[in-house]
Ligand binder design. Sequence first.
Ligand SMILES: [Zn+2]
Length: 179
Amino acid sequence: MEILKLGDIEIEYSSDINRAFYARQDGFYCDCPDCLNYLDKLPIVKNLMNGLDEKLGIDLSKDVGQGMDELTPHDSKNHRLYVIPYYIRGKCKINAKNLTQQQNGPIWPNTVIAKYQLDENLSLLITNTPESVQFKGAENILTIWLEFKTRLRYNSNEKEVNKTGVNGFWNEIMKALTK
Ligand SMILES: [Zn+2]
């Protein structure tokens, strides 16, 4: 067992068990703009994690969410907020008190969350996950939700402008050639 301290938060975990779990998981294959954008920004997220992912045995490129847990985008006026679940085997305490296990069903209203802000654009939200999550060799499972603030790779307006721009250009050339 290894111990990680983040402010008032203490996580007891096994990086070997976590690494073995992540080795068996698939990457992100959804091709919606948000998943693609998140994949695009992964190097930035990894930088902000500052080695914490490797220390815990998390592979950020793996899409591990089960059931209702998945990458969720939230719109804001000038940024996009992504919430992405990563599971680890471990126990979490805040101020030496065990984090209460979250109930199955509609979770957020009653869930106790240990929150740690790594950077203005990245926070960790840690919850004690019910045993319904499948994680071979682990009875205590925590979900570490990354809350990552970013911009979309492109916005739909820019995409539209580029499209007409390029098409317009080719149309002009084709017109000139067929004269
Ligand atoms: Zn997606």
